[in-house]
Write a protein that binds this ligand. Structure first.
Ligand code: PLP
Length: 362
């Protein structure tokens, strides 16, 4: 099976096999060693000296953690959204009582940093800006360096980043950019099964935590900090995924993160070129096209459902459809983690063969 969705992704065998190791005491010395080692490795990939915590959760869990650990009900926050996950980030904040001002951009486009500046000028009460670095639903990578420059250097607001489908695959210079909180999850570019989520937390974020009044229990970062000091998690971790994380991190750091980013760029370029070569049109603007997921327009005369099922049944290739409003309008090809040129060639070849058989009755 060629699983080409933007997470979960295929896990290399050596990493998967690490999950078969016997359980250990998560409050014992072996676990403490493992926890310290992987926390260190994660910080290298996040390019940060900030605190970093591991949660047993999916990505949405750490999006929630980013919010409840820094904000209070009634706080003004600015959400810049270009798709489903940007909207989700805003929804979590409003669920916990934040006053969310929404900047919404067209699907397939990136965030316009100038409009963030305008909103911050107009509303000086805004405390935090929420942004998704790589919007997986549309295949768009937002210009995080430009956004960070405005939010941090010009206005010194909190910057909360959903880097779930970017950290580890696309450069995220957490400290250089000044990102206060960066969230990601194991089933994306980390080459791991789902189950763990990671969050970096700056000293500014800690200041915000001190006055934050949003309710929190499982995700209260203070608890994770307290326990990390003694080499433990506050709650039982997904131990098997921790074993895998240890191997995956070693692999990523041995390859070198710059090389990992380069490899993602190469495979994304091959995907984009392949799609254009068979006469299909890319959905995301060229200037913001993601190196982890490629979104493709479904031609008007093509039955989207039939195309997805033909790819799956005839060619063993699983693609992702469009989400919400984009359902039936686009499909997406995931190429995060380890993805070979052969795998992408197979996708393109199979699409080329499938398309003529997936026409809508006219
Ligand atoms: C996958 C993803 C999420 C949600 O992650 P879950 O693990 O399904 O909760 C959020 N944001 C982005 C950008 C994602 O790619």
């Amino acid at each position: 099976m060629n699983l080409r969705i933007p997470g979960p992704i295929p896990v290399p065998n050596n990493i998967l096999e690490a999950m078969a190791k016997p359980m250990i005491n998560h409050r014992g010395p072996e676990f403490a060693e493992l926890l310290n080692r992987v926390t260190d490795g994660l910080k290298q990939v996040f390019q940060t000296n900030n605190d970093l915590y591991i949660f047993t959760a999916s990505g949405t869990g750490v999006m929630e953690a980013a919010i409840v650990n820094t904000l209070s009900p009634g706080d003004n926050v600015l959400s810049a959204s270009v798709g489903v996950f940007g909207d989700r980030f805003a929804e979590i904040a409003s669920t916990y009582g934040a006053k969310v001002e929404k900047l919404k951009f067209a699907e397939g486009k990136g965030v316009d940093p100038n409009l963030i500046r305008e909103s911050l000028v107009k509303n000086p009460n805004i405390k935090a800006v929420l942004v998704v670095h790589n919007e997986t639903s549309t295949g768009v990578t937002n210009p995080l360096p430009e956004i960070a420059k405005i939010v941090k250097t010009e206005f010194n607001k909190l910057l909360l980043v959903d880097g779930i489908s970017s950290v580890g695959s696309i450069p995220v210079q957490t400290d250089f950019l000044g990102c206060d909180v960066v969230a990601t999850a194991s089933q994306k570019g980390w080459m791991l099964p789902p189950g763990l989520a990671f969050l970096s937390f700056s000293s500014e974020a800690w200041k915000a935590h001190k006055v934050s009044k949003m309710p929190k229990f499982y995700f209260d970062i203070a608890n994770y900090e307290k326990y990390l000091k003694i080499g433990q998690p506050p709650f039982t971790p997904a131990l098997s995924v921790m074993y895998s994380l240890d191997i995956a991190l070693r692999q990523i750091l041995d390859e070198g993160i710059e090389n990992v980013f380069e490899r993602h760029f190469d495979i994304a370029e091959a995907t984009r070129n392949g799609i254009k070569n068979i006469g299909l049109e890319l959905f995301a603007d060229k200037s913001v096209a993601s190196n982890t997921v490629t979104s493709v327009k479904i031609p008007d005369n093509i039955d989207a459902k039939l195309l997805m099922s033909t790819m799956r049944k005839k060619y063993n290739i699983v693609l992702a459809g469009g989400q919400k409003e984009l359902s039936g309008k686009i499909f997406r090809i995931g190429h995060l983690g380890l993805c070979t040129h052969q795998e992408i060639e197979d996708v393109i070849e199979s699409l080329k063969k499938s398309l003529p058989n997936c026409k809508l009755a006219s």
